[in-house]
Design a protein around this ligand. Structure first.
Ligand SMILES: C[S@@+](CC[C@H](N)C(=O)[O-])C[C@H]1O[C@@H](n2cnc3c(N)ncnc32)[C@H](O)[C@@H]1O
Length: 234
């Protein structure tokens, strides 16, 4: 596995570790959302699956990093968390710190999540599926809800519009209810309005309604909306 050494540029896909509390805030999740079958893609080193499963949710995470040996990935989750926190701290002005307080608190929250992820990965490896958008190894309509945080739009500098469209259609294929995606800015905070408008039109033309829905969570300044697809209303 390639280990990035610099923390000033997110040159690789960061394997970040958000918690259930962060997912609840980002995606405006309510308890009823956690009752169905849920896909977290990309799952990264988030503790969402571990924590939601403890509450009785039926959750799976998909991410290509799960092809790596669990013990190695568990360790990488911690070093990646330190890299991500250092990046946020060194670009302090790009972020609003209301939710986290300060970079140290951010790192503490993410390290706790990374540890929970690592423990759950070893305990419940079947919850973590090695897969890479835009192809997912699930039958049609497997999930009631799909959550996609910090891949699409975040990495629009290296993932083109065709990739984004194929990924959205694949998430729609495996999901009967809503697909919620956040953030709608790239990793440096640039809004992706043109890309989002184009994608909304293309999925709408394929019969999938979309909406931009406010979220009260804001870390990257201006990232106050999620994109929602509702394939069940085809
Ligand atoms: C910034 S992390 C986000 C993880 C998690 N959703 C969170 O918010 O903490 C981005 C993740 O995208 C994964 N990734 C990269 N390319 C992918 C692809 N084609 N399909 C699915 N996941 C991918 C990376 O391995 C990495 O774990």
């Amino acid at each position: 596995m390639k280990r990035p050494t610099e923390n000033d540029v997110l040159g690789e896909f960061l394997i970040s570790a958000r918690s259930l509390t962060e997912y609840r805030a980002i995606f405006e999740l309510i308890d009823a959302d956690l009752r169905g079958r849920i896909l977290d893609c990309p799952g990264g080193a988030a503790s969402f699956v571990a924590e939601a499963a403890e509450l009785g949710a039926h959750v799976l995470a998909a991410d290509p990093v799960y092809a790596n040996p669990p013990a190695e990935l568990r360790e990488l989750a911690r070093t990646e968390t330190e890299r991500g926190s250092a990046y946020a701290g060194s670009h302090h002005e790009r972020y609003r710190w209301d939710f986290y307080g300060d970079p140290d608190r951010l790192q503490a929250i993410r390290l706790t999540a990374a540890t929970r992820f690592g423990d759950d990965l070893l305990a419940n490896p079947g919850h973590y599926i090695a897969a890479q958008l835009p192809v997912l190894p699930f039958p049609d309509n497997t999930f009631d809800l799909a959550l996609s945080s910090h891949l699409l739009f975040t990495y629009a500098d290296r993932l083109d519009a065709d990739f984004h469209l194929a990924a959205l259609l694949e998430l729609a294929r495996v999901t009967t209810g809503e697909i919620r995606l956040y953030p709608l800015v790239d990793h440096s905070g640039r809004p992706q309005d043109d890309l989002i408008a184009r994608l909304r039109k293309e999925v709408h033309d394929k019969g999938i309604p979309t909406e931009l829905r406010p979220t009260h969570y804001e870390f990257h300044r201006g990232a106050t909306e999620m994109l929602v697809l509702r394939p069940n209303r085809r």
